[in-house]
Design a protein around this ligand. Structure first.
Ligand code: SF4
Length: 559
């Protein structure tokens, strides 16, 4: 749905968000305005410290915290901006977020300035050329980037609890450091390598954005569209949008998130991603309780403007049954979050096995992709609701009372619809929809009045199964026509991409089976199409050559 928003308007949105974010970062260093808004004397301000303080006394390890007026930059960042990003991912889909993310935008500064690293390539013919550098899919980074990103995410949430939840200057430096790191990666590697291989938020984007957000467009159902989802794009000299993809990642999320999801779902790192993330998030919020000895500390939001966060690093990190435990906070926080992550990973794997065994015992469909997809879907649904309905309460409590009641309803409803739509998906449905698009296109080329057989519905109104049923029962769609339609699909696939026969083999097999076309017939068609396409190519080259020589003659005559 959002993939079609024009690049021009998204570019403007990116600029606005980037400037706003930089403004917020600047406010972390110097901010007289919001400090003034939180002063007790600023009676009219809704952010007056006396109005936003919800508890008489917020105790941390048995002692009441002294709440002072504060600059609101950190509270805004943690309480509004980070949750808003998660909400956008799950509801709008990654195709919105990845087109407006300010960090992704800034990682492209070296590309925009033409300041990227090149490598020298000497060809066998002695020619030398310079190429920009991509992360190779078989390099250490190419194979392990998800572990690296999950590790950075773990460090990030620990850094929040220990250093940057309320220390505004350190948070500002942390954000500037992240921006500089993204620019450096943009210099070192081609494309959106920061987002693909380094960004600590990428695991979060994958969890909430795959296989697709609630209003995500489906890349595989667009009829031959060249620019899909959040694919890198640019505006050419004619003012038209064109792809700017340099292929920095195989199965790129920005091109087709669902394709990448199914392609990788059985890999072990996906279990780490979903199950460990679930544990990290639960562990992160539970730690507030284990540290303070109550939930008020977290629910009051005081942690986002607590004075002297750094001075507590070596103080007791746990407070249980009214007793401090002499493990420093510096150790206790990573220990808690890490243990929750590991336990959750272990539990997730166990439950996955049990669920598979249950399906097997009950003679239901047993398939690794489906089992894992359902587990991942459930994990995403639960953690999304936990995050917003429970963990988000501290900031929701500041909203007008009507919105406070409406908020959980919106969250439960939207995530419920997401669950309903996502649960039944599987790779076969994806494949079938993909192949049905191509078949639909060929059927529309037949000289048959199709709406006559569809009670007035058009071909585009049919879902994948209906398209196949139609192909079977359509009067006059005999073997000859089926071969012709199949040839059209093959020709289109090869014209789009010369490796299509290899890449699209699953799609083509599906169509072939449905149209009852044998392997031998398929081979003959492929050969015929290849010959036809090379003949067309040669003819085109001849025409261009002729035009070129005619133009040269005209130029000579005019001289
Ligand atoms: S669309 Fe292309 S350039 Fe952009 S992130 Fe994906 S693979 Fe990289």
């Amino acid at each position: 749905m959002f993939a079609k928003l024009s690049e021009k308007s998204m570019h403007l949105v990116r600029w606005i968000l980037t400037v706003s974010w930089l403004f917020l970062i600047a406010s972390l260093f110097y901010d007289p305005i919001s400090l003034w808004l939180t002063q007790p004397e600023t009676n009219w301000s809704p952010f007056n410290i006396n109005k936003i303080t919800q508890f008489e006394c917020v105790k941390v390890q048995g002692t009441c915290l002294n709440e002072e007026p504060f600059g609101m930059g950190a509270a805004l960042f943690w309480g509004m901006i980070v949750p808003a990003a998660i909400f956008i991912l799950m509801i709008g889909g990654h195709e919105v977020w990845r087109r407006i993310c300010p960090l992704s935008f800034m990682s492209q500064i070296p590309r925009a300035l033409g300041l990227q690293r090149y490598k020298r390539v000497d060809s066998k013919t002695g020619k030398t050329r310079y190429e920009r550098i991509k992360v190779h899919k078989n390099s250490w980074l190419g194979r392990n980037h998800l572990y690296l990103q999950l590790g950075l995410f773990y460090l990030g949430i620990n850094a929040r609890i220990l250093f940057i939840n309320s220390e505004r200057t350190i948070l500002g430096l942390f954000l500037i450091g992240t921006i500089l790191a993204s620019i450096l990666v943009g210099y070192l590697y081609e494309g959106k390598s920061w987002c693909q291989y380094f960004c600590p938020m990428a695991p979060v984007q994958k969890i909430y954005g795959e296989p697709r957000g609630l209003f995500n467009s489906a890349a595989h159902e667009g009829e031959g569209q060249k620019i899909t989802q959040s694919m890198c794009r640019t505006i050419d000299s004619q003012g038209q949008e064109s792809s700017n993809c340099v292929g920095c990642k195989a199965t790129c999320m920005d091109i087709d998130a669902e394709k990448g999801y199914w392609a990788n779902i059985t890999k072990p790192e996906q279990q780490w991603l979903y199950y460990a993330y679930f544990g990290f998030v639960i562990g992160y919020f539970v730690y507030y309780y284990l540290y303070a000895g109550n939930w008020e500390y977290y629910m009051s939001g005081v942690w986002a403007h607590e004075e002297n966060q750094l001075s507590n690093l070596l103080n007791p990190g746990f407070y249980l049954f009214n007793h401090p435990i002499a493990i420093p906070k510096l150790v206790a926080a990573p220990l808690t979050i890490g243990s929750f992550g590991l336990i959750s990973y272990w539990l997730g794997k166990k439950l996955e096995k049990r669920y598979k065994a249950y399906l097997f015992r009950n003679n239901k469909l047993v398939n690794d992709e489906v089992v894992r997809h359902r587990m991942f879907t459930l994990v995403t649904f639960v953690i999304f609701n936990f995050f917003f309905i429970f963990a988000g309460r501290n900031f929701v409590r500041m909203l007008p009372v009507q919105i406070q009641y409406l908020f959980p309803i919106i969250i439960a409803l939207s995530s419920g619809i997401w669950l309903y739509k996502t649960w039944p998906r599987n790779p076969y449905i994806y494949q079938r929809e993909n192949s049905a698009v191509r078949l639909r296109k060929q059927l529309s080329k037949l000289n048959v009045n199709i709406p006559e057989f569809l009670d007035g519905r058009s071909l585009n109104d049919l879902d994948a199964d209906e398209v196949y049923v139609l192909a079977k029962i359509l009067p006059g769609f005999d073997k000859q026509k089926r071969l012709k339609a199949y040839k059209g699909v093959v020709k289109e696939s090869i014209s789009e991409d010369s490796f299509a026969i290899k890449k699209d083999s699953d799609v083509l097999i599906q169509i072939r089976l449905e149209l009852e076309i044998s392997e031998a017939e398929h081979q003959l068609i492929v050969e015929e199409v290849m010959k036809q396409l090379s003949a067309e190519k040669a003819k085109n080259a001849e025409v261009i050559q002729q035009e070129h020589s005619t133009n040269s003659k005209i130029e000579t005559l005019s001289l």
